[in-house]
Write a protein that binds this ligand. Structure first.
Ligand code: SF4
Length: 304
């Protein structure tokens, strides 16, 4: 089998990790590369296992997204989605399995199974907090199933549907920019509407860079003018919808933002042409509090 190439690419989450801590960024995108091979360096393997760990909040968000994706993909294929109670019960059953598997430590052997940061680092989490996480997932799914948005999607002809949680990308100056749109469609006036499901706290700040990236992708992928792209953040915790318009000025700003982020990332590489990184060139964050929730603490020299 041909060797997998660690190709340089850009995404909003990559940018966030880079801003949070350059060393964490190194572990995530370089230090764990190849950790799936049985004969790899033990530290690389360890980094690979740690990289897959999730916090309760990330896990809850992923479970809500998975359930909604299943429902929408079924609708797209003219299969009636599971009714709300069944969809919630199925999601809770998957969550119970994930929890038990992580508590047993299965993820150390099979890193693609669920592993919690809380379990790996022995962080105390009361049963009530686990229950609150499950309750939050239930509230988000109830909110989605009962929403006007879902009602509207159900009546929307599938010929007008575009991406539903597909891993997509577009090129920018020769670099692949990755995006995953939760749901998108063409409206009656030939514009594009993009939905982003938010499962975080009700007061979570709007992620405008993320929304701008989605709009940028729409202009490239479907050849639509920026003024005709609407991105809607649907907050599943509150049921509120927040529309966002990029416009031509916004398009220029997001292009610039991505270009300067790529530039900063490449400046730390030992050889940008081959995407070669050397660990010592990536500094530790100055914000020690970030280390408390960092999955790589166990191998980070700052804490050795
Ligand atoms: S433990 Fe702290 S310094 Fe080390 S990689 Fe994580 S966030 Fe960065």
């Amino acid at each position: 089998m041909a060797e997998l190439l660690n190709e340089f690419s850009w995404s909003k989450s990559r940018d966030e990790t880079f801003r949070k801590c350059p060393r964490q960024y190194y572990f995530h995108y370089y230090g764990s590369w190849g950790g799936w091979e049985s004969d790899c360096d033990p530290r690389v393997r360890r980094a690979y296992v740690l990289k897959q760990l999730v916090t309760r909040a990330m896990w809850a968000g992923a479970k809500v997204h998975d359930c909604i994706k299943r429902a929408l993909r079924n609708l797209r294929r003219s299969i009636e989605p599971m009714p709300e109670p069944e969809a919630i019960a199925t999601t809770l059953a998957i969550m119970r399995k994930d929890y038990l598997s992580s508590r047993r430590g299965d993820y150390r052997k099979n890193p693609k199974t669920c592993g919690f940061l809380e379990h790996e680092y022995g962080l105390p989490v009361a049963d009530a907090e686990w229950k609150e996480t499950a309750d939050h997932v239930v509230r988000c799914l109830e909110s989605f199933y009962r929403s006007q948005v879902f009602g509207r999607i159900r009546t929307l002809p599938t010929e007008r549907w575009l991406d539903v949680e597909e891993f997509s990308s577009f090129p920018l100056d020769g670099v692949k920019v990755h995006v995953v749109l939760d749901f998108s469609y063409r409206d009656e006036r030939d514009g594009v509407v993009i939905y982003d499901w938010k499962t975080g706290r009700a007061d979570e700040k709007r992620n405008e860079v993320q929304l701008a990236c989605y709009s940028f992708y729409a202009t490239k992928q479907w050849g639509v003018a920026p003024e005709r792209v609407t991105t809607v953040e649907f907050n599943l915790a509150t049921g509120a919808e927040h529309p966002y318009h990029l416009g031509a000025t916004g398009l220029a700003s997001i292009r610039q933002y991505i270009q300067s982020s790529i530039r900063d990332m490449k400046l730390l590489l030992a050889d940008p042409a081959t995407n070669l990184a050397v660990e010592e060139r990536f500094a530790f964050t100055e914000n020690e509090a970030a280390c408390q929730h960092c999955c790589f603490r166990a191998i980070c020299p700052r804490w050795e």
